[in-house]
Ligand binder design. Structure first.
Ligand SMILES: Cc1ncc(COP(=O)(O)O)c(C=O)c1O
Length: 317
């Protein structure tokens, strides 16, 4: 731990747990879930590449089923659902979605019913992601791509709310204000000495939350895994759109080779969709000498490993 006394560190986590207790004061189940997830801070693995020391914030290790940024995006949404006396969570995702998997697991632990609106055909329902979601009690509703595209339309949401009046609706990827608010807690006193943080960009909720929580001496770069030019509204946080490898859930042989090399070299697993692109990008920027040697680098590993089995199966890897 750099530059921190045990006392400050202990206080931080005590406050975090107290915070959680306040949010969910009336629910035993929530309390158990919160304390299970935050009983220890995420580890920082220190690695080295090309003479650059790099810290890796291991959110991937947070929980076997609710790993990475997922709990941060869900925690205040679940608390809000409880405050509104809803007993179910309804959310949206693709057939291999990390968010769907994590929502189902969180709801099971927290005692909510869960409903997943899934983009695509029912034939996907026995893939590893959706099988796990169903085992965790999630009710799946398959919709075609056209209907799925309506996921943010007021009329469509109102119709869903009418169909499931007991449900609190969380947008795709947990990307709402409460999701972003949770992501403001990803950086902690443990990470304060790092000056340059890197995360993957999907819906952007994680990026926005972290950007809002940066200390004055810190900056953030997000690697966009989708093929469109995302723009940052923040002064100390930028988005790099050059590492999408053909688009969302696409890859090249170079990316696959990097993933294998990284995993063998550092004994840390990466997912195909987000973190392989993120780590590739940072290593490539180092190779191109685009990262200043004086920066203290932190890469935020946002998990997603549950999706690897399904990704490898459908891409015949
Ligand atoms: C493993 C993983 N990393 C990164 C991200 C990107 O997060 P966001 O959608 O908040 O930009 C996601 C998507 O939620 C994810 O599942």
């Amino acid at each position: 731990m750099i530059g921190l006394t045990e006392e400050i560190y202990g206080k931080y986590w005590k406050n975090r747990i107290q915070d959680a207790k306040n949010i969910v004061a009336t629910s035993e189940k929530h309390l158990r879930l919160q304390s299970e997830l935050i009983k220890s801070p995420p580890r920082i693995s220190e690695i080295e590449y090309n003479g650059y020391p790099i810290g890796i914030l291991r959110l991937d290790e947070l929980h076997p089923e609710i790993s990475g940024n997922k709990w941060f995006k869900l925690k205040y949404n679940l608390a809000q659902a409880q405050a509104e006396e809803k007993n179910a969570i309804l959310t949206f995702g693709g057939a291999y979605s990390n968010h769907i998997a994590a929502t189902a697991a969180s709801c099971k632990l927290a005692g909510f019913k869960s409903i997943g609106i899934i983009r695509g055909e029912k034939t996907a329902s026995n893939n590893p992601t959706l099988s796990a979601a169903q085992q965790n009690g999630m009710q799946l509703l398959f919709v075609d791509r056209e209907q799925y595209r309506r996921k943010t339309e007021t009329q469509y949401l109102q119709a869903l709310q009418q169909q499931f009046p007991e449900a609190y609706i969380v947008p795709e990827g947990g990307d709402n204000e409460l999701g972003q608010k949770g992501c403001e807690e990803i950086l902690s006193p443990e990470t304060r000495d790092y000056t340059s943080a890197y995360c993957a960009f999907g819906t952007g909720a994680t990026f926005k939350g972290i950007a809002k929580s940066l200390l004055p001496h810190q900056k953030l770069t997000a690697i966009n895994v989708l093929k469109f030019d995302a723009v940052s509204d923040f002064k100390n946080a930028t988005i790099n759109n050059n590492y999408h490898f053909g688009g969302y859930a696409k890859h090249t042989q170079e990316l696959l080779d990097f993933k294998s090399w990284f995993e063998i070299t550092y004994k840390i697993s990466l997912d195909y969709v987000y973190n392989s692109k993120l780590f590739f990008a940072v290593f490539d920027l180092i190779n191109q000498q685009k990262i200043n040697k004086n920066e203290k680098l932190l890469i935020i590993h946002c998990g997603g490993l549950q999706g690897n089995k399904g990704y490898a199966e459908r891409n015949k890897l």
